[in-house]
Design a protein around this ligand. Structure first.
Ligand code: PGA
Length: 250
């Protein structure tokens, strides 16, 4: 598996559709590496606009999904709505949703199953809160609870993003060696749950203060399949440099 995945998580930015469109046009004006999967996760309100302007080179991810299928759930967005809009991915379990919005492991599991049911690929974000936490225990727990009731045939629609919470938005990225160890651990956990074959095919990304300066270190690791980028994905020139860092691994 040589294809590297680069995901831009825009969070609650930018504030206007014009800015969102200009950003995507700026990326499309570049010669993009062939061997990467480029995914943008904008706020819901820009998904349709970006879908109409991204062509085939950029795929779209939602940043959230309802666990409910349809009906009286004010303010919620269903998986089918996302799918019908041309969205292929959804981020679930991001630490900001776990820790700021109070999403429990049970909710994450329900959302993950709702996404898989409509054919979305899930980008499951996991990671420890503190630098000295027991990551084996925490990652095992997060993976097991998120994938409760998910069968082996659905695992091909899963990407795991290892995002240590202490590294998100702090400018304090993990080392690429630590990130690689965490990725190996995640593969081991998946292997125990679903078998070796699925584990070796599973894309595992690193996220947490990825920047133009460190992206290549993470992406170059064989056991890491790409990066989930927050802050640096909002600055066009930085993000282009991150994309080009993936090109060097072609
Ligand atoms: P960051 O965010 O790159 O700004 O640390 C990463 C994320 O939240 O996915």
């Amino acid at each position: 598996m040589t294809k590297k995945i680069i995901i831009a998580n825009w969070k609650m930015n930018p504030q206007t559709a014009d800015e969102a469109l200009r950003f995507v046009q700026g990326i499309l004006a570049q010669r993009l590496p062939k061997n990467i999967e480029l995914i943008i996760a904008p706020p819901f309100v820009y998904l349709d606009l970006l879908k109409k302007n991204c062509g085939k080179k950029i795929k779209l991810a939602a940043q959230n999904i309802s666990w409910a299928e349809r009906g009286a759930y004010t303010g919620e967005i269903s998986g089918l709505m996302l799918k019908n809009l041309g969205c292929d991915y959804v981020i679930i379990g991001h630490s900001e949703r776990r820790h700021i919005m109070g999403e429990t492991e049970e909710i994450i599991n329900l959302k993950l199953k709702a996404a898989l049911k409509v054919g979305l690929t899930v980008i499951l974000a996991i990671g420890e809160k503190e630098q000295n936490d027991d990551i084996l225990k925490i990652l095992s727990q997060q993976i097991k609870s998120a994938l409760e009731g998910v069968n082996v045939s659905e695992i091909s629609h899963l990407i795991i993003a290892y995002e240590p919470v202490w590294a998100i938005g702090t400018g304090l990225a993990d080392t690429s060696d630590n990130a690689l160890s965490a990725a190996l651990l995640i593969r081991k956990i998946i292997s125990r749950l679903y078998g070796q074959e699925w584990a070796s095919d599973l894309p595992i990304l690193y996220g947490g203060s990825v920047s133009e300066n460190n992206a290549a270190d993470f992406i170059a690791q064989n056991g890491i399949n790409g990066a989930l980028v927050g802050g640096a994905s909002l600055e066009l020139q930085s993000f282009i440099k991150i994309i080009k860092a993936a090109e060097k691994n072609e």
